[in-house]
Ligand binder design. Structure first.
Ligand code: HMG
Ligand code: MG
Length: 315
Protein backbone atom coordinates (compact mmCIF):
# COMPACT_ATOMS: atom_id res chain seq x y z
CA UNK A 1 0.00 0.00 0.00
CA UNK A 2 2.98 2.37 -0.32
CA UNK A 3 3.57 4.79 2.56
CA UNK A 4 2.22 3.43 5.87
CA UNK A 5 1.33 6.76 7.49
CA UNK A 6 -2.25 8.00 7.23
CA UNK A 7 -3.42 11.49 8.26
CA UNK A 8 -6.73 11.59 10.06
CA UNK A 9 -8.27 15.05 9.80
CA UNK A 10 -10.74 15.56 12.66
CA UNK A 11 -13.81 17.62 11.74
CA UNK A 12 -16.12 16.81 14.65
CA UNK A 13 -15.89 20.20 16.35
CA UNK A 14 -17.03 21.86 13.12
CA UNK A 15 -18.92 19.39 10.92
CA UNK A 16 -20.19 17.50 13.95
CA UNK A 17 -21.35 20.37 16.13
CA UNK A 18 -22.82 22.46 13.27
CA UNK A 19 -25.58 19.90 13.03
CA UNK A 20 -26.44 19.59 16.71
CA UNK A 21 -29.77 21.08 17.76
CA UNK A 22 -28.36 22.79 20.82
CA UNK A 23 -25.44 25.18 21.27
CA UNK A 24 -22.48 23.58 23.06
CA UNK A 25 -20.82 26.17 25.33
CA UNK A 26 -17.31 27.26 24.35
CA UNK A 27 -15.66 25.78 27.47
CA UNK A 28 -17.19 22.39 26.65
CA UNK A 29 -15.93 22.59 23.07
CA UNK A 30 -12.51 23.14 24.56
CA UNK A 31 -12.90 20.04 26.74
CA UNK A 32 -13.58 18.00 23.59
CA UNK A 33 -10.65 19.58 21.72
CA UNK A 34 -8.33 18.71 24.62
CA UNK A 35 -9.55 15.10 24.60
CA UNK A 36 -9.00 14.83 20.82
CA UNK A 37 -5.53 16.36 20.93
CA UNK A 38 -4.74 14.18 23.95
CA UNK A 39 -5.56 11.11 21.83
CA UNK A 40 -2.96 12.19 19.26
CA UNK A 41 -5.04 14.00 16.63
CA UNK A 42 -2.98 16.87 15.29
CA UNK A 43 -5.00 18.17 12.36
CA UNK A 44 -8.38 19.46 13.46
CA UNK A 45 -11.09 21.78 12.21
CA UNK A 46 -12.10 23.99 15.08
CA UNK A 47 -15.07 26.01 13.88
CA UNK A 48 -16.50 28.08 11.01
CA UNK A 49 -16.30 31.81 10.34
CA UNK A 50 -19.63 31.72 8.51
CA UNK A 51 -22.74 33.75 9.25
CA UNK A 52 -23.96 33.04 12.80
CA UNK A 53 -27.48 33.43 11.44
CA UNK A 54 -26.90 30.47 9.13
CA UNK A 55 -24.98 28.30 11.62
CA UNK A 56 -25.75 29.50 15.19
CA UNK A 57 -24.07 26.43 16.73
CA UNK A 58 -20.69 27.96 15.78
CA UNK A 59 -21.49 31.56 16.68
CA UNK A 60 -18.68 31.48 19.27
CA UNK A 61 -15.99 31.02 16.57
CA UNK A 62 -13.82 33.94 17.76
CA UNK A 63 -14.23 33.13 21.44
CA UNK A 64 -13.31 29.48 20.88
CA UNK A 65 -10.33 30.22 18.61
CA UNK A 66 -8.98 32.84 21.02
CA UNK A 67 -9.46 30.51 23.96
CA UNK A 68 -7.43 27.65 22.49
CA UNK A 69 -4.95 29.07 19.99
CA UNK A 70 -2.36 30.36 22.44
CA UNK A 71 -2.37 26.98 24.19
CA UNK A 72 -2.41 24.76 21.14
CA UNK A 73 1.26 24.96 20.23
CA UNK A 74 0.24 24.72 16.59
CA UNK A 75 2.78 24.52 13.83
CA UNK A 76 3.44 27.51 11.61
CA UNK A 77 4.67 25.46 8.65
CA UNK A 78 5.04 26.64 5.08
CA UNK A 79 1.78 28.08 3.72
CA UNK A 80 2.14 25.89 0.61
CA UNK A 81 2.17 22.60 2.46
CA UNK A 82 0.61 20.72 5.33
CA UNK A 83 1.76 21.16 8.89
CA UNK A 84 4.68 18.88 9.61
CA UNK A 85 4.57 18.85 13.39
CA UNK A 86 2.55 20.22 16.28
CA UNK A 87 -1.18 20.66 16.30
CA UNK A 88 -2.69 22.54 13.37
CA UNK A 89 -6.14 24.06 13.74
CA UNK A 90 -8.31 25.19 10.87
CA UNK A 91 -11.73 26.75 10.27
CA UNK A 92 -14.19 27.15 7.40
CA UNK A 93 -14.15 30.53 5.68
CA UNK A 94 -16.87 31.37 3.11
CA UNK A 95 -15.88 34.92 2.08
CA UNK A 96 -13.72 37.97 2.77
CA UNK A 97 -15.50 38.71 6.04
CA UNK A 98 -14.79 35.16 7.19
CA UNK A 99 -11.13 35.54 6.25
CA UNK A 100 -10.81 38.77 8.24
CA UNK A 101 -12.29 37.04 11.27
CA UNK A 102 -9.96 34.04 10.92
CA UNK A 103 -6.87 36.22 10.46
CA UNK A 104 -7.77 38.31 13.49
CA UNK A 105 -7.71 35.11 15.57
CA UNK A 106 -4.34 33.98 14.19
CA UNK A 107 -5.44 30.67 12.68
CA UNK A 108 -2.63 28.92 10.78
CA UNK A 109 -5.01 27.30 8.28
CA UNK A 110 -8.42 27.96 6.74
CA UNK A 111 -10.70 25.92 4.49
CA UNK A 112 -12.71 27.31 1.57
CA UNK A 113 -15.70 25.37 0.32
CA UNK A 114 -18.25 24.95 -2.42
CA UNK A 115 -20.09 22.08 -4.08
CA UNK A 116 -19.84 20.27 -7.38
CA UNK A 117 -23.59 20.81 -7.93
CA UNK A 118 -25.22 24.21 -8.49
CA UNK A 119 -28.24 23.69 -6.24
CA UNK A 120 -26.23 22.61 -3.19
CA UNK A 121 -23.76 25.49 -3.66
CA UNK A 122 -26.70 27.89 -3.87
CA UNK A 123 -28.50 26.48 -0.80
CA UNK A 124 -25.30 26.24 1.25
CA UNK A 125 -23.56 29.53 0.49
CA UNK A 126 -26.16 31.48 -1.47
CA UNK A 127 -24.23 31.77 -4.72
CA UNK A 128 -23.51 29.96 -7.98
CA UNK A 129 -20.40 27.80 -8.45
CA UNK A 130 -18.84 30.48 -10.69
CA UNK A 131 -19.51 33.22 -8.16
CA UNK A 132 -18.20 31.05 -5.31
CA UNK A 133 -15.00 30.36 -7.26
CA UNK A 134 -14.67 34.10 -7.85
CA UNK A 135 -14.96 34.79 -4.10
CA UNK A 136 -12.41 32.05 -3.35
CA UNK A 137 -10.04 33.44 -5.99
CA UNK A 138 -10.12 36.78 -4.20
CA UNK A 139 -9.58 35.46 -0.69
CA UNK A 140 -6.75 32.97 -1.25
CA UNK A 141 -3.96 35.49 -2.11
CA UNK A 142 -4.41 37.55 1.09
CA UNK A 143 -4.60 34.34 3.14
CA UNK A 144 -1.35 33.00 1.66
CA UNK A 145 0.28 36.43 2.01
CA UNK A 146 -0.57 36.28 5.72
CA UNK A 147 1.16 32.89 6.00
CA UNK A 148 -2.09 30.93 6.27
CA UNK A 149 -2.45 27.56 4.50
CA UNK A 150 -5.64 27.09 2.50
CA UNK A 151 -7.45 23.78 2.23
CA UNK A 152 -10.41 23.35 -0.14
CA UNK A 153 -13.61 21.32 -0.01
CA UNK A 154 -15.74 20.15 -2.89
CA UNK A 155 -19.09 18.88 -1.61
CA UNK A 156 -21.62 16.60 -3.34
CA UNK A 157 -18.93 14.85 -5.43
CA UNK A 158 -20.65 11.45 -5.06
CA UNK A 159 -24.19 12.82 -5.32
CA UNK A 160 -26.36 15.87 -4.56
CA UNK A 161 -29.51 15.84 -2.41
CA UNK A 162 -31.20 18.15 -4.93
CA UNK A 163 -29.75 17.10 -8.31
CA UNK A 164 -28.99 13.40 -7.82
CA UNK A 165 -25.95 11.93 -9.56
CA UNK A 166 -23.12 14.38 -10.19
CA UNK A 167 -20.86 14.06 -13.23
CA UNK A 168 -17.43 13.13 -11.76
CA UNK A 169 -15.66 15.06 -14.54
CA UNK A 170 -17.50 18.20 -13.45
CA UNK A 171 -16.72 17.59 -9.77
CA UNK A 172 -13.03 17.02 -10.43
CA UNK A 173 -12.89 20.15 -12.60
CA UNK A 174 -14.03 22.16 -9.56
CA UNK A 175 -11.38 20.43 -7.40
CA UNK A 176 -8.68 21.12 -10.00
CA UNK A 177 -9.66 24.79 -10.02
CA UNK A 178 -9.28 24.98 -6.22
CA UNK A 179 -5.81 23.43 -6.53
CA UNK A 180 -4.93 25.92 -9.26
CA UNK A 181 -6.08 28.80 -7.05
CA UNK A 182 -3.65 27.74 -4.30
CA UNK A 183 -5.35 25.17 -2.05
CA UNK A 184 -2.60 22.80 -0.84
CA UNK A 185 -5.14 20.01 -0.39
CA UNK A 186 -8.63 19.34 -1.70
CA UNK A 187 -11.05 17.31 0.35
CA UNK A 188 -13.58 15.57 -1.88
CA UNK A 189 -16.90 15.28 -0.08
CA UNK A 190 -19.55 12.60 -0.13
CA UNK A 191 -21.83 15.05 1.63
CA UNK A 192 -24.87 12.78 1.81
CA UNK A 193 -23.06 9.42 2.02
CA UNK A 194 -24.30 7.81 -1.18
CA UNK A 195 -20.98 6.58 -2.56
CA UNK A 196 -19.81 3.07 -3.35
CA UNK A 197 -16.26 1.77 -3.92
CA UNK A 198 -16.62 1.53 -7.70
CA UNK A 199 -17.57 5.22 -7.86
CA UNK A 200 -14.78 6.08 -5.40
CA UNK A 201 -12.16 4.43 -7.62
CA UNK A 202 -13.40 6.40 -10.61
CA UNK A 203 -13.42 9.70 -8.70
CA UNK A 204 -9.95 9.18 -7.23
CA UNK A 205 -8.50 8.08 -10.60
CA UNK A 206 -9.92 11.18 -12.26
CA UNK A 207 -8.52 13.36 -9.47
CA UNK A 208 -5.09 11.72 -9.88
CA UNK A 209 -5.13 12.72 -13.56
CA UNK A 210 -5.19 16.42 -12.63
CA UNK A 211 -3.62 16.80 -9.18
CA UNK A 212 -0.86 15.24 -7.10
CA UNK A 213 -1.74 12.35 -4.80
CA UNK A 214 -0.63 14.32 -1.70
CA UNK A 215 -3.23 17.00 -2.41
CA UNK A 216 -6.18 14.59 -2.35
CA UNK A 217 -8.23 13.98 0.81
CA UNK A 218 -11.62 12.30 1.20
CA UNK A 219 -14.46 13.55 3.40
CA UNK A 220 -17.05 10.80 3.60
CA UNK A 221 -20.33 11.06 5.46
CA UNK A 222 -21.48 7.60 6.50
CA UNK A 223 -25.19 7.97 5.86
CA UNK A 224 -25.54 4.56 4.20
CA UNK A 225 -22.69 2.74 5.93
CA UNK A 226 -20.33 2.75 2.93
CA UNK A 227 -17.66 5.20 4.14
CA UNK A 228 -15.10 2.62 5.31
CA UNK A 229 -15.52 0.58 2.12
CA UNK A 230 -14.90 3.74 0.11
CA UNK A 231 -11.85 4.57 2.22
CA UNK A 232 -10.40 1.11 1.55
CA UNK A 233 -10.88 1.64 -2.20
CA UNK A 234 -9.10 4.99 -1.97
CA UNK A 235 -6.27 3.54 0.18
CA UNK A 236 -5.60 1.04 -2.60
CA UNK A 237 -5.08 3.96 -4.96
CA UNK A 238 -2.66 5.61 -2.52
CA UNK A 239 -4.85 8.25 -0.82
CA UNK A 240 -3.51 8.88 2.68
CA UNK A 241 -5.66 11.72 4.11
CA UNK A 242 -9.18 11.12 5.43
CA UNK A 243 -11.55 13.44 7.28
CA UNK A 244 -13.57 11.96 10.12
CA UNK A 245 -15.67 13.04 13.05
CA UNK A 246 -15.40 11.81 16.62
CA UNK A 247 -18.28 9.50 17.44
CA UNK A 248 -19.58 9.94 13.87
CA UNK A 249 -21.18 13.27 14.86
CA UNK A 250 -22.63 15.61 12.33
CA UNK A 251 -24.10 16.27 8.92
CA UNK A 252 -24.63 19.32 6.77
CA UNK A 253 -27.44 21.72 7.72
CA UNK A 254 -28.02 22.35 4.00
CA UNK A 255 -28.07 18.67 2.95
CA UNK A 256 -31.30 17.08 4.20
CA UNK A 257 -30.79 13.60 5.60
CA UNK A 258 -26.99 13.82 5.74
CA UNK A 259 -25.54 11.83 8.65
CA UNK A 260 -22.16 12.39 10.28
CA UNK A 261 -18.76 11.72 8.83
CA UNK A 262 -17.20 8.33 9.27
CA UNK A 263 -16.46 8.01 13.01
CA UNK A 264 -12.83 8.78 13.85
CA UNK A 265 -12.57 5.82 16.22
CA UNK A 266 -13.98 3.42 13.60
CA UNK A 267 -11.53 4.71 11.00
CA UNK A 268 -8.52 4.51 13.33
CA UNK A 269 -9.54 1.00 14.44
CA UNK A 270 -9.66 -0.22 10.84
CA UNK A 271 -6.42 1.51 9.81
CA UNK A 272 -4.53 0.04 12.79
CA UNK A 273 -5.89 -3.41 11.98
CA UNK A 274 -4.54 -3.30 8.43
CA UNK A 275 -1.16 -1.98 9.56
CA UNK A 276 -1.49 1.71 8.72
CA UNK A 277 -0.11 4.08 11.36
CA UNK A 278 -1.99 7.22 12.40
CA UNK A 279 -0.16 8.23 15.59
CA UNK A 280 -3.50 8.10 17.43
CA UNK A 281 -4.15 6.22 20.68
CA UNK A 282 -7.40 4.26 20.19
CA UNK A 283 -8.21 3.94 23.91
CA UNK A 284 -7.91 7.71 24.38
CA UNK A 285 -9.92 8.26 21.22
CA UNK A 286 -12.73 6.15 22.67
CA UNK A 287 -12.60 8.35 25.78
CA UNK A 288 -12.87 11.41 23.51
CA UNK A 289 -15.93 9.88 21.82
CA UNK A 290 -17.45 9.39 25.26
CA UNK A 291 -16.79 13.06 26.04
CA UNK A 292 -18.48 14.04 22.75
CA UNK A 293 -21.49 11.88 23.56
CA UNK A 294 -21.80 13.42 27.02
CA UNK A 295 -21.58 16.98 25.64
CA UNK A 296 -24.19 16.51 22.91
CA UNK A 297 -26.42 14.58 25.29
CA UNK A 298 -27.45 11.75 22.97
CA UNK A 299 -25.92 8.54 21.59
CA UNK A 300 -23.52 8.97 18.68
CA UNK A 301 -23.47 6.52 15.78
CA UNK A 302 -19.77 5.47 15.89
CA UNK A 303 -19.39 1.76 16.64
CA UNK A 304 -15.96 1.30 18.20
CA UNK A 305 -16.52 3.67 21.12
CA UNK A 306 -19.45 1.49 22.12
CA UNK A 307 -17.89 -1.91 21.38
CA UNK A 308 -14.41 -1.09 22.69
CA UNK A 309 -11.00 -1.75 21.19
CA UNK A 310 -10.50 -5.45 20.52
CA UNK A 311 -7.07 -6.75 21.42
CA UNK A 312 -6.44 -10.20 19.99
CA UNK A 313 -4.92 -12.53 22.61
CA UNK A 314 -1.43 -13.66 21.62
CA UNK A 315 -0.83 -17.30 22.63
P1 HMG B 1 -25.46 35.73 2.42
O1 HMG B 1 -26.69 35.98 3.19
O2 HMG B 1 -25.56 35.53 0.95
O3 HMG B 1 -24.34 36.84 2.73
O4 HMG B 1 -24.72 34.48 3.06
P2 HMG B 1 -24.31 38.38 2.57
O5 HMG B 1 -22.92 38.73 2.13
O6 HMG B 1 -25.47 38.87 1.75
O7 HMG B 1 -24.51 38.86 4.10
C1 HMG B 1 -25.72 38.66 4.80
C2 HMG B 1 -25.47 38.81 6.29
O8 HMG B 1 -24.53 37.83 6.73
C3 HMG B 1 -24.88 40.16 6.65
O9 HMG B 1 -25.33 40.46 7.98
C4 HMG B 1 -23.39 39.87 6.72
O10 HMG B 1 -22.72 40.75 7.58
C5 HMG B 1 -23.38 38.47 7.31
P3 HMG B 1 -26.61 41.39 8.24
O11 HMG B 1 -26.28 42.68 7.51
O12 HMG B 1 -27.79 40.67 7.65
O13 HMG B 1 -26.67 41.48 9.75
N1 HMG B 1 -22.18 37.71 6.93
C6 HMG B 1 -21.32 37.20 7.81
N2 HMG B 1 -21.28 37.21 9.15
C7 HMG B 1 -20.24 36.61 9.74
N3 HMG B 1 -19.26 35.95 9.08
C8 HMG B 1 -19.27 35.91 7.73
C9 HMG B 1 -20.34 36.56 7.06
N4 HMG B 1 -20.63 36.72 5.75
C10 HMG B 1 -21.77 37.42 5.69
N5 HMG B 1 -18.28 35.27 7.09
C11 HMG B 1 -22.82 33.12 3.56
C12 HMG B 1 -23.52 33.97 2.52
C13 HMG B 1 -21.76 32.33 2.86
C14 HMG B 1 -22.20 34.02 4.61
C15 HMG B 1 -23.87 32.20 4.21
O14 HMG B 1 -24.51 31.51 3.19
C16 HMG B 1 -23.30 31.24 5.19
O15 HMG B 1 -22.76 31.61 6.23
N6 HMG B 1 -23.39 29.93 4.90
C17 HMG B 1 -22.88 28.93 5.82
C18 HMG B 1 -22.94 27.64 5.20
C19 HMG B 1 -22.33 26.59 6.09
O16 HMG B 1 -21.60 26.85 7.04
N7 HMG B 1 -22.67 25.32 5.75
C20 HMG B 1 -22.16 24.20 6.45
C21 HMG B 1 -20.70 23.99 6.19
S1 HMG B 1 -20.32 23.27 4.60
C22 HMG B 1 -20.40 21.58 4.89
O17 HMG B 1 -20.80 21.16 5.94
C23 HMG B 1 -19.86 20.65 3.84
C24 HMG B 1 -18.46 20.10 4.18
O18 HMG B 1 -18.46 19.45 5.43
C25 HMG B 1 -18.02 19.12 3.09
C26 HMG B 1 -19.01 17.99 2.79
O19 HMG B 1 -19.54 17.38 3.71
O20 HMG B 1 -19.21 17.74 1.60
C27 HMG B 1 -17.42 21.23 4.24
MG1 MG C 1 -19.14 17.46 5.79
Amino acid sequence: MGSELVTVYEVGLRDGLQNEKGFIPTEQKRELLDALVGAGLCRLELTSFVSPKWVPQLADAEAFARLVLPAAGYSVASPSGPATDGVSLSALVPNGMGLERALACGLPEIAVFLSASETHTQKNINKSIDRALGVIEELIPPALAAGVRVRGYVSTVWGCPYEGTVDPARAIAVAARLAELGCYQISLGDTIGVGNPRQTREIVRRALDVMPLESIALHLHDTRGTALANILAALDLGVRVFDSSIGGMGGCPYAPGAAGNVATEDLVYMLAGIGLETGIDLEKLIEAANVAERLVGHPLPGKVHRAGAFRPRVA
